[in-house]
Every structure is written in C-alpha cells, then in structure tokens.
Ligand binder design. Structure first.
Ligand code: ZN
Ligand code: FE
Length: 262
C-alpha cells in the first residue's frame, strides 16, 4: 500500500479490481478514516486492519458500481457514514449525507470542498481536501472520463473548474488509465515536449509496477489533451488542421469524439 503525506492527512492508495484506485484518507487531527469510491469492501477492510483504525466515512464521486460496490458491506461492518451528491442521491447505495457545492461534508479535522463536475455522469462531484483532489472518473492521468450522461459542454465546463486549482494540487483519480491515455495524447499533440517527457516517465513507472497516479493539475494542464484547449495557440493550430471552429469547446468536443473511436 503506497501512502502520500499531506499536512492534515495521509492518503493511502489501494489498487482494486482491474485498474481502479480506492483511496483511504487518514486524518491527522481526528479519528476520521475515509474511503473514497470503495469499488470493493475487501481491500478497504484489509487496509483498515493494517492501519488499526475503523472506517468512519465513505465519500462517493458518482454512482457507478466500480465506485460504490463497497458501500453496503463496509457500512454493515463499520457503521460508517456514506456521503454522496445530493442531486444523485437516489443512485448512491446506502447514502446517509447528501452534499453539494454549498453544503460540503463536515468531517472533523478536515476541510472539504465539493466541486460539481457533471459530464461522465449527471451527478458526478469531486472532493478537494487542501491540496488533494479526488475527481473519480472526470479527470484522469492524460485523459478524461467518457460522456455517459452529460454533454461535451458540461464536461468541458467541469474540466475548466478543475484546471483553476493550484498547479501543485495532487490529482487522485479513480483509474490507472494513464499509459493508454498517453498513447492517444501523442496522436493528438505529437510535438508537445512536456507530453513526450511524461510518456517516458510514466512508462518507466509502470515497468516498475508503480502507479502513475497521483499526478498534478500542472502536469495535466501541460500534457492532458482534454485540457490543452485551454491554450489558445493549441486551439488555433488544432482547429486549422481539422477544419473545425477555432474555439475551445469545439476543439475539446472533436478530441473527445476522436478518443471514443480510437
Ligand atoms: Zn464511472
Ligand atoms: Fe470508474
């Protein structure tokens, strides 16, 4: 189990299923022990046993089974509270507390902000704890989630909200998809030097069976093809090469559609 230290908490990274990450947040100033998107109960149970602390909360980013299947069994084991988006509460198993941007979860010892990131699903939210972003299936390493329920405009708006965060913010997304995403990124943006460097680094990590996640907002802005439309010179060049309108949303939409068939 790899762990990352932040000033008010430690993030433990638990690989689960084929390519999911579950995160366990261990608060420093309280007994709070929070599972983000428990895809399965077994790895969370094992980690809590190792750390010698019971689970107190579950935070869900969205309703998909590979993010919520652990909710009911973990609640049965620990009596923990399940927290999810108020506007998608009907689809979050065993939800106790419904949160939104204006009523974020109150957990002792932690400062938590909720960001609406509709796109992958209708009720998708992200949680920002200090400089740690838990964004589920919205922003991935060099990629973004598929649009199952939202529109391109909604997803582009959501990604822009995340891009506003400080460049040093760690991006804890829910899947290890980075290498496949980088492959597509190179196809979209072949002359990007930062992207070429990232490809080398992340390939080396995977060869040593290390995660490529967390990345940072700064790295994603420089290399993620779905954030590159923030750069107006990229938009101009990309739009001209494809014969499409030279605005960020049109370019984002074109790139997302290409990825769907890549
Ligand atoms: Zn999902
Ligand atoms: Fe997922």
């Amino acid at each position: 189990m790899l762990s990352y230290n932040h000033s008010n908490f430690t993030v433990h990274q638990l690989p689960a299923l084929k390519d999911n990450y579950i995160y366990l947040i261990e608060a420093h100033a309280s007994d709070a022990m929070i599972a983000i998107d428990p895809a399965q109960a077994v790895s969370v149970r094992r980690a809590c046993r190792q750390l010698g602390k019971p689970l107190t909360h579950i935070l869900n980013t969205h309703h998909h089974w590979d993010h919520t299947d652990g909710n009911v069994p973990l609640k049965n084991d620990f009596g923990c509270l399940v927290i999810g988006a108020a506007h998608d509460a009907a689809r979050i198993p065993a939800i106790d507390i419904r949160v939104s941007e204006t009523s974020p979860p109150l957990i002792e010892g932690l400062d938590i902000r909720v960001i609406d990131v509709t796109g992958h699903t209708r009720g998708h939210i992200a949680y920002l704890l200090d400089d740690a972003l838990f964004c589920g299936d919205t922003l991935f390493g060099a990629g973004c989630g598929r649009l199952f329920e939202g529109t391109h405009a909604q997803m582009w708006h959501s990604l822009q909200q995340l891009a506003l965060l400080d460049g040093a913010t760690r991006v804890y997304c829910a899947h290890e998809y980075t290498l496949a995403n980088l492959d597509f990124a190179m196809f979209v943006d072949p002359h990007n030097g930062a992207l070429q460097d990232r490809m080398q680094q992340d390939k080396a990590k995977r060869q040593r069976e290390l995660p490529t996640i967390p990345s940072t907002i700064g790295t994603e802005k420089a290399t993620n093809p779905f954030l590159r439309p923030l750069d107006s010179s990229f938009v101009t060049a990309y739009a001209a090469s494809k014969g499409i309108d030279a605005d960020a949303l049109s370019v984002f939409t074109h790139i997302r559609q290409q990825k769907d068939h890549y």
